[in-house]
Write a protein that binds this ligand. Structure first.
Ligand code: TXA
Ligand code: MG
Length: 508
């Protein structure tokens, strides 16, 4: 079948499109439409045959019930057997909006829609297009997320098209959704009401309105063998094609661990995917990094999560690593979805990070124009077990200068270049717990130690390697002297690699 795709402006809704979409639903067809949470795949909720078509189009197991969408509170009565006391209070505060409530169903709701259950899930969306469509379709529209079962839920019409083109009658394109994660599901058939799926309406928000609410324990404990109470929550979900792993620790540990995993993959000629934030993006130098939003406003992360997971399917990668997010407010729903996308695969950052304390190596020479930058570039081109940030500094740098031309000529002969190097002065900045400072001369080391009063992490190269090769200074000498220095530095670099790798021995 050919899928009609109609663009609708939320602020200026074309009624003729709504009418024809409504007619398709009345006739038992399928129409995908935007809601404030995710795109839904609409069908007439009171038509058993339409429910069958929904399951077929999504490739979804038919024991997984659908949510019935309504546009007016008075529509609730006909589809539920009873309206529990707290319903009105909750509806008043949170409907229309990203909240689904579960009730005992009435006769008119077919078992095809409820997956054979005696209960029915009901939601009143706030999206204007959704509301008009529901009214045009007769008031009751069942709508699961409009994705192929198991894939991330769609947050744009393009996502729907990618999954369902040719399988459904129509897609209403109302642009990107606002929230990006599916509605909170609250079971009203138990006391106190119980959250079966976390969403933008949080437990705290509900408690503020009605007092105690319970939370399905299987949501909190990923190792639980119990079945979640919302049948749909038991499936691996939202999954990208690549294997997704959540890395847990402090943000710093997470960044370091993911950097290391990305570096190891890079040494093997592979790229990994990385889910990062505004706050961390800049720290990754290997891998395909996607920015999911800012930690300062977790709503941005919720909004981007599914499209980021989908975007990774376009990349040639087999692994994705994600930072973790705080489990509070909407962060609860974010981590719930991320965990399901990862099939609950989590790793602790600390053991990866604790391999050894140095993360950064700074070579210190006199002017940072030849020996230092050459040593740094040689080491950067080695395969190390752990990733280091490798730089160089000078004891006396009055203004930034490019690398010495003879040093560059020698590097070129070794197929390397220092073309982009600019000399920088050594400063107290370099004296950190995670930074190894290596000087070329013993007196440079002593000067730093006494000037800054440091006791650790500063060595001459000879000292550090326990090696007494005299490292010549080619400054002011002919090209051959630079060549000699280069050869000697190459040999020392090999020793340096062995020493650094010995620190990480017995690691992962
Ligand atoms: O935000 C949303 O809720 C979106 C938009 C389109 O409204 N819809 C959505 O539907 O997420 P779906 O089908 O992808 O997820 C519905 C979830 C499933 O986990 C299902 O098992 C649960 O709701 N559910 C539906 N009826 C239920 C019932 N009677 N009892 C328990 N869980 C139910
Ligand atoms: Mg879904």
């Amino acid at each position: 079948m050919e899928t009609i795709i109609s663009t609708i402006d939320k602020n200026n809704i074309d009624e003729s499109i709504i009418l024809s979409a409504g007619q398709i639903l009345k006739d038992g067809g399928l129409v995908a439409f935007p809601t404030e949470t995710v795109y839904g795949l609409g069908a007439n909720a009171l038509d058993e045959e339409a429910a069958k078509k929904t399951y077929a189009a999504k490739g979804r197991p038919s024991d997984n019930p659908l949510i019935v969408h309504i546009a007016e509170l008075k529509a609730l009565e006909a589809i539920v057997a009873e309206v529990p006391d707290l319903t009105e209070k909750i509806a008043k505060r949170f409907w229309p909006g990203p909240l689904t409530m579960i009730f005992k169903k009435s006769q008119i709701v077919p078992y095809g829609t409820t997956g054979g259950l005696d209960t029915v899930a009901v939601r009143m969306p706030s999206d204007k297009i959704a509301r008009e469509l529901i009214l045009a379709a007769g008031g009751y529209v069942s709508a699961p997320s409009a994705n192929t079962s198991g894939r991330p839920s769609p947050t744009t019409a393009q996502h729907v098209k990618d999954d369902l083109d040719g399988k459904i009658e129509m897609i209403l394109d109302g642009g990107s959704v606002e929230i990006g994660l599916e509605s909170t599901i609250l079971d009203m058939t138990v006391t106190p009401p119980m959250i079966l799926r976390p969403g933008a309406i949080t437990a705290d928000m509900l408690e503020e309105e009605i007092g105690e609410v319970a939370v399905d324990q299987t949501l909190l404990d990923s190792s639980s063998t119990q079945r979640p109470k919302a049948p749909g929550m038991k499936y691996r979900h939202y999954a990208p094609d690549a294997k997704l792993t959540i890395v847990e620790g402090t943000l710093k540990e997470e960044i370091l661990a993911i950097r290391q995993l990305a570096y190891e993959a890079y040494l093997q000629g592979r790229q990994v995917g990385i889910i990062a934030t505004n706050e961390s993006e800049q720290y990754y130098s290997h891998g395909i990094v996607k920015n999911i939003g800012t930690r300062e406003n977790e709503k941005t992360i919720a909004r981007n999560l599914y499209s980021v997971l989908r975007d990774f399917n376009e990349e040639d990668i087999s692994e994705i690593y994600s930072e973790s997010f705080a489990v509070q407010g909407i962060g609860n729903a974010i981590m719930n979805r991320l965990e399901k996308a990862a099939g609950h695969i989590r790793i602790k950052a600390a053991p990866i990070v604790e391999k050894q304390k140095y993360r950064r190596i700074v070579f210190v020479s006199q002017s940072d124009t030849s020996r230092g930058p050459v040593a740094a570039e040689l080491l950067r081109n080695e395969k190390l077990k752990q990733e280091y940030v490798i730089e160089s500094r000078g004891m006396v740098v009055l203004f930034p200068e490019p690398v010495n031309q003879k040093a560059e000529a020698i590097m070129k002969s070794g197929k390397l270049t220092l073309q982009n190097h600019v000399s920088k002065a050594f400063s107290e900045e370099e004296l950190k717990d995670d930074t190894l400072v290596l000087t070329f001369e013993q007196n440079q080391k002593e000067k730093i130690v006494s000037e800054y009063n440091v006791t650790e992490n500063v060595y001459s190269i000879n000292e550090f390697l326990d090696d007494d090769t005299e490292i010549p200074n080619p400054y002011g000498q002919p090209l051959t002297a630079y060549g000699e220095f280069y050869e000697m530095m190459k040999a020392l670099t090999k020793k340096l690699v062995d020493k650094l790798n010995s620190f990480t021995e017995g690691g992962k």
